[in-house]
Design a binder for this molecule. Structure first.
Ligand code: BEZ
Length: 392
């Protein structure tokens, strides 16, 4: 009996020794996104496209299944930070994906950096992350705020606008976007004649802000709003009767394909700049839109493309390290080195700061056959985030 027990133990331990340590353990991806609050729609869109990306590019590498652990930031910095700590220290995720808000990103950054956790930013554009707060543990598949907005100031001046009013939510992204617009517009010779910063959470009525804009009679109103506030703002702008008197321009998320239908007529004629337009003409974008439409019965948005590309970045990096995430630096180096032909063209990270290099599209919404969609009239190629203050 003793001998049999001994032989059984020997067999079991040799089996254990022959099995690669990580063979059966899943790769855990911590999805740190808003699933409630004003940016809930954006968090859900990024998640569904990330899941689609895993279906298309593979959800298993070298025997390790890729699984998602989802946490709701509510779009709030405090909540985002505590959920980040849970994902890193309790769930022990291999990589983080998210968040949507620049405010949440700023709150998470030091915890991610100090714990050396690979982090793929799938939306939030906080400029510091590709500047003074850059980190070897962070890449961004989305954009930096200045990357998308800065070209618009000069573009609007060159197209005849001289006096512009600004409006954006009162948090990091709102102020950064307006500051970059201002810099480009003033440098070109334009004047800012007023600025409004309503609270991000809970602004139900844009009326008092729009009344001031009406009174000031600007050549145009330039804004940044996204998600729930973007839907409300565009509707209020129309309802306030400004649609026919003051041209409305903004950072592209103002009329995302995700909610342009909900905005109705108010979305027509709006001018914007964006890092993705559904009509981009390349094979990878067609494949992505076909797959998204087949699954969700509608067009994939810019938020979705960022989730889809983030999934592919992680899958490709996992393949490069044979599914082994135990050497975190090797895994992160593999993430930074990923490149592929994606829906936005050649996907690659800037080696200086980890921010994606991409085209920026300037467009005006117009109505064709009853459908309001962006018509692109300028493409600024291969825009990089100026990484002056990033040292890694
Ligand atoms: C941001 O907070 O960085 C952000 C949120 C929504 C859309 C674009 C940027």
């Amino acid at each position: 009996m003793k001998k049999m027990y001994f032989l059984l133990m020997v067999a079991l331990s040799s089996l254990f020794l022959l099995t690669p340590i990580h063979a059966a353990e899943p790769v855990k991806v911590g999805m740190i996104l808003p699933y409630s609050g004003v940016y809930a729609g954006l968090g859900k869109e990024i998640t569904r496209a990330f899941e689609l990306g895993l279906e298309v590019f593979g959800d298993e590498v070298n025997g390790r299944k890729i699984v998602l652990v989802q946490e709701d930031t509510e779009g709030k910095p405090n909540s985002g930070l505590s959920k980040t700590k849970k994902l890193i220290f309790s769930d022990k995720v291999d990589v983080l994906v998210g968040p949507v808000s620049s405010g949440v990103l700023a709150a998470m950054r030091d915890t991610v950096h100090n714990s050396k956790t690979p982090f793929v930013i799938a939306n939030a554009g906080h400029d510091g992350i590709s500047g003074a707060k850059c980190s070897p543990w962070i890449v961004r598949t989305s954009f930096s705020n200045r990357q998308v907005v800065r070209p618009m100031g000069k573009w609007m001046y060159d197209n005849g606008y001289r006096k512009v009013y600004l409006m954006a939510p009162d948090y990091a992204a709102g102020h950064q976007m307006m500051d970059h617009f201002k810099a480009g517009f003033k440098e070109a010779g334009g004047t800012i004649i007023g600025e409004e910063y309503p609270p991000l959470q809970g602004t139900k009525d844009f009326g008092p802000y729009l009344a001031k804009v009406k009174e000031a009679k600007p050549d145009a109103l330039f804004v940044f709003f996204a998600g729930g506030p973007a839907i409300q703002f565009v509707k209020s702008f129309g309802a306030f009767g400004l649609g026919n008197t003051i041209p409305l321009a903004g950072a592209g998320w103002l009329t995302s394909p995700l909610y342009i239908k909900a905005q109705g007529e108010g979305a027509n004629n709006i001018i914007g700049s964006a890092n993705y337009i559904p009509s981009i003409d390349n094979a990878a974008n067609k494949a992505y839109q076909d797959a998204f439409k087949a699954k969700h019965k509608r067009e994939g948005s810019e938020f979705a493309v960022q989730g889809y590309d983030s999934a592919r970045v992680i899958v490709e990096a996992l393949k490069a390290v044979n599914g082994d995430t135990s050497d975190k630096k090797a895994f992160m180096d593999a993430i930074r080195a990923v490149t592929f032909d994606g829906p936005r063209g050649k996907m690659r990270f800037d080696s200086k700061n980890g921010n994606i290099i991409q085209n920026i599209y300037v467009y005006k919404n117009s109505k064709t056959n009853g459908v309001i969609a962006p018509s692109v009239f300028d493409v600024i190629k291969d825009v990089q985030d100026p990484s002056d203050s990033c040292t890694m």
